[in-house]
Design a binder for this molecule. Structure first.
Ligand SMILES: *Cc1c(COP(=O)(O)O)cnc(C)c1O
Length: 415
């Protein structure tokens, strides 16, 4: 990928852009929220639509000259409706966090109550963390996963909901490896008179492909990021029913945002089109199969896997039993030095800090995009385990690094 025009104007940025492409080619992206979009999505996101102001919605804009913006946004909306089966879709949120903001702004008043999963247990900042606007504007209480099983503790969620009487219950997570029982949470929300927001940021692609149960048509609101498992470029999306359509649209614009990022909406349209092809279902199935393989490989190598496995695209490793002296941060650093890029993560019952927690989180969406099958994924699982076992043995690190480079060459990217 050359950046000739950038290079002519700005060699420093061109170097960084080229460097980033090489970095992605020569490392294994295993941060569970990351993926590699197609060249088609990259091109759409880099298009001249970045120049266009299109405040409003297709057919009713506040600016002239929106015929192509309308066309692109309509395509994105129609394709999203098709993919997820939603009655109403808003494709304008700039990110998953902005999508959540749209829902809160539409349905809550400051001081209203949010019940959500604790961040340490797999929740997200935008679900009520004190450092986030949600923690500042709303009253927040948090539910948990069962420390023994690693599964959502639905019974205590129900108990907490009865006591706390939230205005909205948030489900959908950042570091939860198991399938979510949307109906069960919806029943609780109905019982206590709360809305239910299902935030499928991580699993948009798995839900679209039918390899994870869908909350669409179950939860009142479904939000997502469009750059994770769905591979449609950076952005957010909100899905709801006709009843809440107007409130959501007004909350996104003019409530929380100004002009939509039309170039990103073009990326969404292209990525959604790709996801409607039969190959995408195979992709999503393979993402989950690869994650299961990764979890099995870790367990065979003596690493503790939270909840004993995965139903999704990610595996959460708890290092405390197998490697009590190794923190997640140290593991992350050693792995980065050999070209495996993943992140340290808190684990249920965390005994260290969020900055240097006891676990690592590994996802398979990006590797699977590069073509990794179960055999290659098992090899990656073995390599990660070796680094975790011998993170300060230079000979091991060198050896693993060479194997990582071989894998990167076997499964090329953007060539
Ligand atoms: C990634 C994520 C988001 C949104 O993140 P953005 O970076 O704002 O797109 C929201 N909720 C959950 C659960 C996530 O994992």
């Amino acid at each position: 990928m050359d950046y000739d025009h950038v290079r002519e104007v700005d060699p420093a940025v061109a170097d960084a852009l080229s460097g980033e492409v090489t970095r992605q080619q020569e490392t294994l992206a295993m941060i569970a929220s990351e993926n590699h979009v197609s060249r088609a999505v990259l091109e759409a996101q880099g298009s001249a639509l970045t120049n266009k102001y299109a405040e409003g919605y297709p057919g009713s804009r506040y600016y002239a000259g929106c015929e192509y913006a309308d066309e692109v946004e309509r395509l994105a909306i129609d394709r999203a409706k098709d993919l997820w089966g939603a009655e109403h879709v808003n494709v304008q949120p700039h990110s998953g966090t902005q999508a959540n903001m749209g829902v809160y702004l539409a349905m809550l008043d400051p001081g209203d109550k949010i019940l959500s999963l604790e961040l340490n247990h797999g929740g997200h900042l935008s679900h009520g963390h004190p450092a986030n606007f949600t923690g500042k504007l709303y009253e927040v209480e948090q539910y948990h996963v069962d420390a023994e099983t690693g599964y959502i503790d639905y019974d205590s969620l129900e108990e907490q909901a009865r006591e706390f009487e939230p205005d909205i219950i948030v489900s959908g997570y950042s570091a939860y490896p198991r399938a979510v029982e949307w109906e069960r949470i919806q029943d609780v929300a109905d019982d206590v008179g709360a809305y239910h927001l299902a935030d499928i940021a991580h699993i948009t692609g798995l839900v679209a492909a039918g390899v994870h149960p869908s909350p669409v048509g179950v939860a009142d609101f479904v939000t997502g990021s469009t750059h994770k498992t769905i591979r449609a470029g950076r952005g957010g999306i909100i899905m709801t029913d006709e009843e809440h359509a107007k409130a959501i649209d007004s909350a996104v614009f003019p409530g929380a945002q100004g002009g939509p990022l039309m170039h990103n909406i073009a990326g969404k349209a292209v990525g959604f089109h790709e996801a409607m092809q039969p190959e995408f279902e195979e992709y999503a199935e393979r993402v989950v199969d690869n994650a299961k393989t990764l979890a099995e490989t870790f367990e065979e190598n003596g690493l503790g896997v939270v909840s004993g496995g995965t139903d999704t695209h990610l595996v959460l490793v708890d290092l405390r039993e197998s490697h009590p002296d190794l923190t997640g941060g140290e593991a992350e650093e050693a792995l980065e030095s050999v070209g495996v890029v993943l992140n340290a993560n808190t684990v249920p019952g965390e005994t260290r800090s969020a900055f240097n927690p006891s676990g690592i989180r590994a996802g398979t969406p990006a590797l699977t995009t590069r073509g990794f099958d179960e055999e290659a994924t098992a090899e990656v699982g073995d390599l990660i385990s070796r680094v975790v076992d011998d993170h300060d043995d230079d000979a091991v690190l060198e050896d693993v690094s060479a194997s990582v480079q071989d894998l990167c060459e076997t499964f090329p990217l953007y060539e």
